[in-house]
Design a binder for this molecule. Structure first.
Ligand SMILES: C[S@@+](CC[C@H](N)C(=O)[O-])C[C@H]1O[C@@H](n2cnc3c(N)ncnc32)[C@H](O)[C@@H]1O
Length: 272
């Protein structure tokens, strides 16, 4: 039996991602940045990998293709819908060294201390309580094991910032969900607070595709961080959508590179 999500906030996150699951695999930038995180880990054949907040399994599946038959990947997530997409891709790729489990990534009592060589968390830490998650993953890592997570620099992507600026014009004030962990210093501090050593942060641009830009309204609207726009009366809501789509189109004409690229943070540290 899958574990139950543990609290209201976790239930709400799971429900949000259940709704986003179908179509999430079309998110080209999520797929690319998860693959980049895994590539930067330098996995070896036989590694045991935990992917926390695996979603549709972008990082887990990419890792499974690198570690061979002797290795094993476990992807954990609270959203059954996201995991169904992950399992479908694993089956299509005939991958037998990866499994997906529905559970809270911050409470993994079913795994012993030191059960993994590498833990990845690709863009999932903006939803997962950072210190609780990192401490649990520290426990699960072998001495010298690698913790790796990715997150967006505060203020990015531009499509998200423009969404919040447009919402503010309609009186809906939304904080930047990437702000708390959105700098190299914040990533290093979070890793150190959880007991990790030798932290390093790589900042690299991630490219958005035209498909990502075409999905910008829908994906920003469905983001839990932006749920307050759902309280707008229907006329204002329609106006907001038109306004946002016009602003994005204008930005794409004026300075497409600003829309199509954002600085991602890739953070790494070791269990001492
Ligand atoms: C932005 S998605 C990232 C998914 C995937 N890692 C990727 O790179 O596309 C965040 C994921 O974290 C999951 N999540 C949020 N809180 C969680 C928790 N406490 N435990 C496990 N998964 C969680 C969500 O259900 C969602 O699938």
């Amino acid at each position: 039996m899958p574990d139950r999500p543990v609290d209201t906030r976790t239930d709400e996150i799971a429900a949000t991602f259940d709704r986003r699951a179908r179509g999430y695999r079309d998110s080209d930038w999520h797929r690319a940045s998860a693959a980049r995180l895994v590539d930067l880990c330098g996995l070896k054949a036989g590694n045991r990998v935990l992917d926390a907040g695996t979603g549709t399994g972008f990082a887990a599946l990419h890792a499974a293709r690198q570690i061979g038959d002797q290795g094993h990947v476990v992807g954990v997530d609270i959203s059954q819908g996201m995991l169904a997409e992950a399992r479908a891709e694993a089956d299509a790729g005939r991958l037998t060294n990866v499994e997906f489990i529905q559970c809270d990534a911050t409470s993994l009592a079913q795994f012993a201390n030191s059960a993994f060589d590498v833990v990845t968390a690709a863009t999932s830490l903006i939803y997962i309580p950072v210190e609780k998650g990192l401490r649990e993953w520290h426990r699960l890592l072998e001495a010298g094991g690698l913790m790796a997570f990715s997150t967006m620099t505060a203020g990015f992507p531009l499509g998200g910032r423009l969404f919040r600026e447009c919402a503010a014009e309609y009186g809906v004030l939304i904080e930047d969900p990437c702000a708390p962990l959105g700098s190299a210093d914040a990533c290093r501090n979070a890793l150190a607070a959880a007991g990790f050593v030798d932290a390093e942060v790589v900042t690299e641009p991630i490219q958005f595709t035209i498909r990502d830009i075409d999905r910008a309204w829908e994906s920003n609207l469905r983001s839990l961080a932006h749920k307050a726009v759902g309280s707008l009366p229907s006329e204002a809501f329609s106006e907001l959508q038109q306004r946002y789509e016009a602003v994005v189109a204008a930005e794409m004409r004026a300075a497409p590179a600003r829309m199509l690229e954002s600085p991602m943070l890739y953070a790494f540290a070791r269990r001492g």
